[in-house]
Design a protein around this ligand. Structure first.
Ligand SMILES: O=c1ccn([C@@H]2O[C@H](COP(=O)(O)OP(=O)(O)O[C@H]3O[C@H](CO)[C@@H](O)[C@H](O)[C@H]3O)[C@@H](O)[C@H]2O)c(=O)[nH]1
Ligand SMILES: [Mn+2]
Length: 918
């Protein structure tokens, strides 16, 4: 009997609950256990509906993991022995060469350790969507109406500039969020427009109107993905699995609606200009009339009406104007909050067969989630803190409007590709033990990109290998977009203590016990509690600022984020149905509160950006923000959905790729030199997690050693020396073992992660290319910024979505970043030529050293191959190709000459047998 078998297995395995009464669990089943990868909650039996876990952890099979770990330890030992041997056996003929190479190798060993150790226990996870729906949205005795009892999610989208970030792309992102498959009444979408641009505002108004057909269409026909642009450009057959007879008609209709929508968006600039001109003309004629009334036809100068941007309701646009005017520029404009779609009712609203719209929506829920446009105030003299500042403004504005206990952030070009993604993320948050999860990061996937070669290999390794590895420790790092947060964690609160579930999150912050309904408080108690309340209020004001509604919203979010009290072990749970009550409608005073918390002076003398919210002061605010939460002891989860959750636009050419690495690496250097350096002792973080962060922050430093190491073969070939004195058997054996173990490790990694060999190899190559170009520049930039305060860092990463002509697959702008790797390539080529001709002319002992140098040089060149290919394949879009080449060539020749002059053995002036020096 399977049930008994499974039960006895569990007992034999020494489960803590092995001795429980079997009968009370209903039917046990071995099949269920097997299907579910052996992951259980400690008693290993089929659980009642409420007991089923919302997610499963799938450990990597022991057959892969055991040899993987063993090999890592073996390689560590061999590396130790190798380094000891290297230090002991100096190359007396060329001490400098030996010294440089040994120092580099010691650093590489160190950085390899930092990279490898966090990969010791990778995991994979899957979410149980069916269980989530069963538990929170299905009719049951506790939930008689079957209303969704899921906590609210606020989705934050940021956009900075409609010229660089096309409104149409942003519109698609917003539409995909509005159409996402999550209870509408618990979903809200906020768009932050840093430019305060009327174009973005009007686009949002168009979106709100188009969504009334697009979203029901998606629901009716189960459309996937739910961004119209990506849906209509799908390559696969749109009619697959579609059986409703009216689908063809509806789809055709929607396609037309969408095309018209696009045209309206494209025409917005003209519409706004035309409208503004009309209003301005009207104002002018009014002024003229007034002028006439006052002065008649006297020749007094007529009043000038400044050109303004007008909204459709006949008032001045408070944001940025196209013609520059004081108080209406990018960095100097008012705060704007506009609710574009108000929060929907709790009851489902069925659509009708509307003849006018030609779309039969009967039986389809036509409600839309709340949609809010937010432009934070910007004034000269106040730091805007870029994206981090925009995010914090959104956090506060949303707190006083919808106050979702969870929120998800997306870049303007990252749309929802899998409509169930929000629910999947929620599975991890609502799961048993999920109360210690601060965020759920989804992998960042991309449309487009360069299919032939792709710098994709590089990111695949990060998303498939590194992130999964971190998930087995304390959780993945936060990567800027596609991440579901717990509001309380972002507010800087500590996680609830592990295991013990009572007390709950932030006990220190919410110490008030629930009022005892029967008992009467004594005067003393009442006074005590009042004093305590005042104390809390004042700490809150120092931390979060002075808004009373913001502070009031915090306990609400704390309550709503709680797990359901469906099990005796859940001590701080919320009762069933607590989240099914209707929301308060959005009122004028709420909007006024929202405007006040996005004022530019709101953050003065508060902890925003330092302890609370997104952390300021880094070009890559994401890493630091995630780090701060891990440091407090929170854990995070990596959520890979079946079908990409979100997709962005890829970086498609070499220049953009290098600039992207530059930006990331600059952030890492800043991270290293900040007070958030992972070396500092903090008890909340696990040791391997700390090593992983240390690996990130020291990663740019590796570039110095990589660059030096890539020049070593050149020195070898010119001097006729090698990094070791002779190519002894011991040396060769070490190299062989180290290389072979490295390759086997890679193969095992490929096995447990599912990446391709080519991805791994690209990653290796980019380690060298990035190391000799962008990382090196980042290191200098970072050190410069830290030591002198001079900031030369670049702007955001360009992608194919950004409205820039040069972003095409083979488009290439020459940057100074390319000089070092091109130089390295050229000198190595020269060195190989020199080396080969020397080999032909040399006596036997020198011969083996030259051979060593040649192999070394070839090793460098094959790593730089994608760069060479990228250069050859590109159509140059820039002005200075020759300058970069001439510079690289000049440096290469100088290095070569220096090598020749300094290291030609005295007495033998022959180089390569042909050139001779006097
Ligand atoms: O002042 C600003 C600057 C940027 N953004 C928005 O921030 C997002 C990312 O900015 P972008 O300039 O496109 O930078 P990227 O280099 O593409 O961004 C990468 O790097 C950032 C910093 O590490 C991460 O936050 C991003 O998620 C990640 O995609 C975009 O939606 C922007 O609209 C603002 O809202 N305000
Ligand atoms: Mn971007």
């Amino acid at each position: 009997m399977p049930s008994l078998q499974s039960a006895s297995n569990v007992k034999a395995n020494g489960s803590p609950n092995g001795d429980r009464d079997l009968a009370k669990y209903g039917r046990g089943s071995a099949v269920w256990l097997k299907e579910h990868g052996g992951e259980d909650d400690g008693n290993g039996l089929i659980r009642s509906k409420q007991d089923r876990p919302l997610s499963r952890k799938i450990n990597v099979s022991v057959a892969i993991l055991a040899p993987y770990r063993l090999l890592i330890f073996f390689r560590i030992v061999v590396l130790g022995m190798y380094l000891a041997w290297r230090i002991k056996n100096r190359n007396e003929d060329a001490i400098w060469l030996w010294g440089m190479s040994v120092i580099c190798e010691i650093w590489f060993t160190f950085s390899w350790l930092l990279e490898q150790l966090p990969k010791l226990s990778p995991v994979k996870r899957t979410a149980e969507l069916a269980v989530l729906i069963d538990k929170f949205e299905t009719v049951s005795p506790q939930n008689p109406l079957g209303r969704p009892d899921l906590p609210g999610i606020d989705v934050f989208i940021t956009t900075a500039d409609p010229d660089k970030e096309p409104p149409l792309v942003m519109a698609n992102t917003v539409l995909s969020v509005l159409a996402a498959d999550y209870p509408v009444e618990n979903l809200a979408c906020y768009l932050s427009d840093d430019a305060g641009s009327i174009l973005t505002f009007e686009t949002m108004a168009e979106v709100a109107s188009f969504a009334t057909v697009w979203v029901p269409f998606c629901r009716k026909h189960n459309i996937e993905p739910r961004g119209p642009e990506s849906y209509f450009s799908l390559k696969k057959d749109p009619y697959r699995n579609k059986m409703r007879p009216d689908f063809v008609k509806d789809r055709r209709r929607m396609k037309r609606e969408y095309d018209e929508f696009k045209v309206r968006i494209n025409a917005l600039l003209d519409t706004v200009r035309w409208r503004s001109d009309a209003y301005t003309a009207r104002e002018e004629s009014r002024a003229l009339r007034r002028h006439r009334e006052l002065y008649g036809d006297e020749p007094i100068e007529r009043p000038k009406v400044p050109k303004a941007i007008w909204m459709a309701d006949g008032s001045h646009w408070p944001g940025t104007w196209m013609n520059s005017s004081p108080h209406h520029t990018y960095s100097n404009h008012a705060a704007i909050v506009q609710v574009m779609l108000k929060s929907p009712s709790n009851e489902s609203v069925q659509g009708k067969n509307e003849e006018s719209r030609c779309l039969d929506l009967s039986g389809v829920d036509v409600r839309l989630p709340m949609l809010v446009y937010v432009a934070r105030e910007k004034r000269p003299g106040y730091e805007d803190n870029e994206k981090a500042g925009a995010m914090n403004a959104l956090v506060r504005a949303s707190a006083v409007v919808s106050n979702g206990p969870f929120f998800l952030n997306l870049d303007y070009d990252n749309y929802v590709c899998n409509s169930r993604a929000f629910r999947e993320g929620m599975c991890y948050m609502m799961d048993r033990g999920g109360e210690r999860v601060c965020f759920v990061q989804f992998p960042r996937r991309f449309d487009g990109g360069d299919p032939s070669d792709g710098y994709a290999g590089y990111t695949n390794v990060v998303f498939e290998v590194n992130m999964r590895a971190l998930d087995g420790i304390q959780g993945p790092v936060y990567l800027g977009s596609g991440c579901l947060f717990r509001r309380m964690a972002l507010y800087g609160f500590d996680p609830p203590p592990p295991q013990e579930r009572h007390g709950g999150c932030c006990r220190c912050c919410f110490p008030r016990k629930p009022k005892n309904p029967g008992g009467v408080d004594s005067d003393e108690e009442r006074q005590d509690s009042r004093r305590e309340d005042e104390k809390i209020l004042s700490t809150y004001q120092k931390r979060f600022g002075n808004s009373a509604s913001l502070i009031d919203s915090i306990p609400m979010a704390e309550f709503q984020r709680r797990p359901l009290a469906d099990h005796p072990t859940v001590k701080d749970g919320r009762p069933w149905g607590a989240l099914t009550t209707p929301h308060d409608p959005v009122t004028q005073s709420m909007v006024a509160d929202a405007v006040s918390v996005i004022a530019c002076s709101y953050e003065d003398k508060t902890q925003w950006g330092r302890r609370v919210g997104w952390i300021y002061g880094s070009v890559t605010e994401d890493i630091v923000t995630g780090y701060r939460m891990h440091n407090r002891g929170w854990r995070s989860v990596y959520c890979v959905t079946n079908g990409d959750a979100f997709r962005g636009t890829a970086v498609i050419n070499l220049t953009d790729r290098l600039n992207q690495i530059l930006r990331r690496a600059t952030g890492f250097v800043e991270f290293f030199f900040s007070r958030n350096n992972p070396l500092f002792i903090t008890p909340g973080m696990k040791i391997l997690q700390r090593i992983a962060y240390l690996n990130l922050s020291t990663f740019p430093f590796t570039s110095l050693f990589v660059t030096v190491y890539c020049l070593l073969p050149v020195l070898c070939l010119f001097s006729g020396q090698f990094i070791v004195q002779t190519l002894s058997v011991t040396f060769l054996a070490y190299i062989l073992i180290l290389t072979v173990t490295r390759c086997i490790l890679a193969i095992l990694e490929i096995r447990w992660s599912g990446i391709q060999l080519v991805d791994w190899w690209r990653n290796e190559q980019w380690w060298v290319i990035g190391g000799t170009s962008a990382c090196l520049a980042a290191l200098f930039q970072g050190v410069l910024k830290v030591t002198t305060g001079v900031d030369v860092s670049s702007n955001g990463t360009k992608t194919s979505a950004d409205g820039d002509e040069s972003s095409e697959p083979h488009g290439l702008k020459w940057t100074w970043l390319m000089i070092p790797p091109i130089t390295i390539m050229l000198v190595n080529l020269i060195a190989i030529a020199v080396g080969v001709s020397r080999t032909i002319n040399s006596s036997s002992p020198e011969w083996s050293k030259l051979l060593g140098g040649l192999v070394f040089s070839v090793w460098v060149l094959i790593h730089l191959y994608p760069l060479a290919k990228g250069l050859m394949w590109s159509r140059s879009g820039g002005k200075t190709p020759t300058v970069v080449f001439i510079w690289s060539g000049l440096i290469a020749i100088t290095i070569s000459l220096l090598g020749v002059v300094l290291h030609t053995p005295s007495g033998d002036h022959r180089i390569g047998g042909s050139i001779t020096f006097p």
